[in-house]
Design a protein around this ligand. Structure first.
Ligand code: ZN
Length: 425
């Protein structure tokens, strides 16, 4: 996910092994090709980061802010050297409380303070050459939680809050804990931006966390959020409409209530607005009430929220959960009967729901989480799903390319189900 311009061990490793992590007495990657973190307390590394910025013209830029990239590699901070460890703050007592024991950050050393000090060191160095320099880093993995040493940063340090767990739905205490991390980083004096992965979640399902997301977003706004960087939009427009709608509207109206904004969304359904609201409320209640089930399903990490959801879709949304939703949409369709435009909008929701149900049925037959899955077992259902997609794909009810990307690693697929390159004109 993160690309680090200064972390190229092939380029710098021979000459400057001291810039790289020290793990088990050795500098650099633990194994050839393995990911690695940097020795972020090393002054030579700070100087090199500033040099790279200077070489790109950063030091000479005088009009407005100019950004120094100090984003780490996509791996926990691992350096065991004395200087890095001396920069660490006390480990919070709840450091692992909301992490699953098989999550890679669970039990890892808490290193937020060293990363805060690293960003400060780079910023102070860059400021000598250009007072407008703004250093950008992340709060991520084992440096996601707020610092504990009382380290003071400043507004020329910009930190992306990138939680690597904490998917919605959350329990109340977990939700409050995440909000406390936003507030903690903000109270260092740094500026913060929100860079979550939460909208990668949910696959094609009617996975609705609208109100909890809005509350989270608004808490980051109150903590002083200056920007957002959302990874990603998966385009499940008909099944995940309310959450996506709030995501967009909150960027321009962060103080509005979720209910007021959603009232605008439902007003687009005219005479069927109340029925459509009841439909999405059903799924939101379902999603929020089944937090434990959802956590349990993904706990073994056989299926992963952002990449292989289709392995577990039938466990989170068993087919029988669809009947009440279908009944609610039928009421919406009846209410829209005399308004062709609104009826078409309800049909858009019906298409997404029918598609999600087909995905669930297919997942139950083809999931790679079940060793007895065979291509043959799911062949007919898969053919039905693909025919449905070809019939409706131009209605833009969902980004089917994203769904196929998830399914590719989730299902037992025969090569003949792959679309030939010339399928699209
Ligand atoms: Zn170190």
């Amino acid at each position: 996910m993160l690309v680090c311009s200064f972390g190229e061990s092939d380029k710098y490793g021979e000459e400057h092994p001291e810039w790289f992590q020290l793990v088990k007495g050795r500098r650099g990657p633990e194994k050839a090709g393995a990911r690695f973190s940097m020795c972020v307390s090393n002054p030579g590394l700070h100087a090199q980061i500033v040099k790279l910025w200077r070489d790109r013209g950063g030091a000479a830029k005088r009009d407005g802010p100019c950004f120094v990239n100090a984003v780490e590699n996509d791996v926990p901070g691992q350096c065991e050297c004395e200087n890095c460890r001396a920069w660490d703050g006390p480990t919070p007592p709840d450091v692992n409380k909301f992490y699953a024991p098989n999550f890679k950050v669970y039990g890892a050393r808490f290193v937020s303070d060293r990363y805060a000090r690293f960003l400060l060191a780079v910023q102070q160095l860059a400021a000598k050459e250009n007072p407008n320099a703004v250093v950008v880093g992340y709060a991520y993995l084992n440096y996601f939680q707020a610092p504990t040493s009382g380290v003071k940063l400043n507004d020329h340090i910009l930190i992306g809050l990138c939680p690597s767990a904490g998917w919605y739905p959350r329990n109340d205490d977990e939700h409050a804990w995440y909000k406390a991390q936003w507030a903690g980083w903000s109270s260092t004096g740094a500026r913060v931006f929100f860079r979550p992965n939460y909208f990668l979640d949910g696959y094609s399902m009617p996975f609705n966390f609208a109100h909890q997301f809005a509350d989270d977003f608004q808490s980051v706004v109150r903590a002083g959020m200056v920007a957002t960087d959302f990874d990603a939009l998966t385009g499940q427009w008909s099944t995940e409409g309310p959450s996506l709608y709030l995501l967009m509207r909150l960027h321009t109206q962060p103080d509005a209530t979720a209910d007021d904004l959603l009232a605008d969304y439902y007003s687009g359904f005219g005479p069927a607005g109340a029925q459509v609201k009841a439909y999405f409320d059903y799924w939101e209640n379902y999603t929020m009430k089944n937090r434990q089930t959802i956590t349990d399903v993904f706990f073994d990490r056989v299926a992963i929220r952002w990449r292989t959801w289709a392995k577990a879709a039938h466990r989170v949304f068993p087919p029988e959960t669809f009947a009440p939703a279908e009944a609610l949409l039928a009421k919406a369709a009846a209410a829209a009967m005399h308004d062709p435009e609104v009826r078409a909008r309800v049909a858009f929701l019906e298409t997404g729901l029918a598609h999600a149900k087909l995905c669930v049925e297919t997942a139950s037959l083809l999931t790679l989480a079940d060793p007895s899955s065979t291509v043959e077992r799911g062949r007919d259902k898969l053919a039905e799903l693909l025919a449905f997609r070809r019939k409706h794909e131009r209605e833009w009810f969902a980004n089917l390319n994203h769904d196929a990307w998830v399914e590719d690693l989730s299902w037992k697929l025969a090569t003949e189900t792959r679309q030939p390159a010339d399928y699209y004109p």
